[in-house]
Design a protein around this ligand. Structure first.
Ligand code: SAH
Length: 259
């Protein structure tokens, strides 16, 4: 199989969410199709193509609908096609997702390596192709893909549920698309980062306090301040934290002041 070649000059800078297709080959359980739709939508993806599903009508099946939950739009927007060639129409990069490594296989990548590649190359229009629950992907499909993505799982039990494998891929693709947090502090609630001037002011204040309690010898300071600075530098101080530290320094100086 040759993924359709497309003139790359036509590509606009589409976000990865619009350039990544999930393809399910000969899925047996309608519930898994619904779960994949949910896995995709939770991560912001919506292009789902089913190749010759082996379950009744997966778009209307009650189990699929129940498992899709709020991702019913992704489930019902899925396209059903008879073969892999049609599923890959419009794509220029095909990745077989497989638990099994094979003798004749394209290069094996992790989900993260794939996501980094697809996320950083705006001309890539990728399809990730998942196999049937029992037999996985046929060799002919794997051999026709550009890469094989393997989730490096427990070697003694490495076969994930289809939709859980899709979730891992969708998650990695999302992180590649949006970044894995605003900054090194990751996700969650954060205060305003302290400015360099605020932090320098705090160091000077702390140094004064440490001298006042004879912890720091001003004539022989050794490496105390550089070490403390390195310690604080690792923490990503916020303004409020700098103010607390200055408050502690003030209290020390006050306690030490002659009455
Ligand atoms: N017994 C099958 C496993 C099928 S699991 C086999 O040997 O291939 C259904 C699908 O989930 C697989 O075809 C694959 O697309 C995906 N999958 C499950 N575990 C995986 C893993 N560790 N790495 C990559 N894909 C996996």
């Amino acid at each position: 199989m040759n993924p359709t070649q497309t003139d790359t000059s036509l590509f606009k800078r589409l976000p990865l969410f619009e350039r990544l297709r999930f393809v399910l080959v000969e899925t047996s359980r309608a519930g898994n199709v619904g779960s994949v739709a949910r896995a995709m939508k939770t991560m912001g993806f919506s292009d789902l193509v089913l190749v010759a599903p082996k379950c009744g009508d997966p778009l209307a099946d009650p189990e699929a609908v129940a498992f899709a939950s709020g991702a019913i739009d992704v489930l019902q927007g899925a396209r059903i096609v008879p073969d892999i060639q049609q599923a890959l129409d419009g794509c220029n990069f095909a990745a077989a997702v497989s638990a099994r490594l094979r003798e004749f296989s394209p290069p094996v990548w992790t989900p993260r390596a794939f996501a980094a590649h697809a996320g950083s190359q705006p001309e890539v229009r990728a399809a990730i192709v998942f196999g049937n629950e029992r037999v996985g992907l046929p060799n002919e499909i794997v051999e026709g893909c550009n890469i094989l993505i393997n989730i490096p799982a427990n070697p003694d039990y490495s076969s994930l549920n289809l939709s859980q494998a899709a979730q891992v891929l969708a998650y990695e693709a999302r992180l590649a698309a949006v970044g894995d947090g605003v900054d090194q502090r990751g996700v969650g609630f954060h205060g305003e980062t302290a400015s360099v001037t605020q932090v320098d002011g705090m160091y000077a204040h702390l140094e004064q306090a440490l001298v006042a309690i004879d912890f720091l010898d001003a004539d022989n300071p050794k490496k105390l301040m550089p070490r403390l600075k390195r310690l604080f530098a690792r923490t990503g101080l916020e303004t409020e934290e700098v103010n607390i530290l200055r408050g502690i320094a003030s209290a020390i100086l006050k306690a030490r002041a002659p009455r």
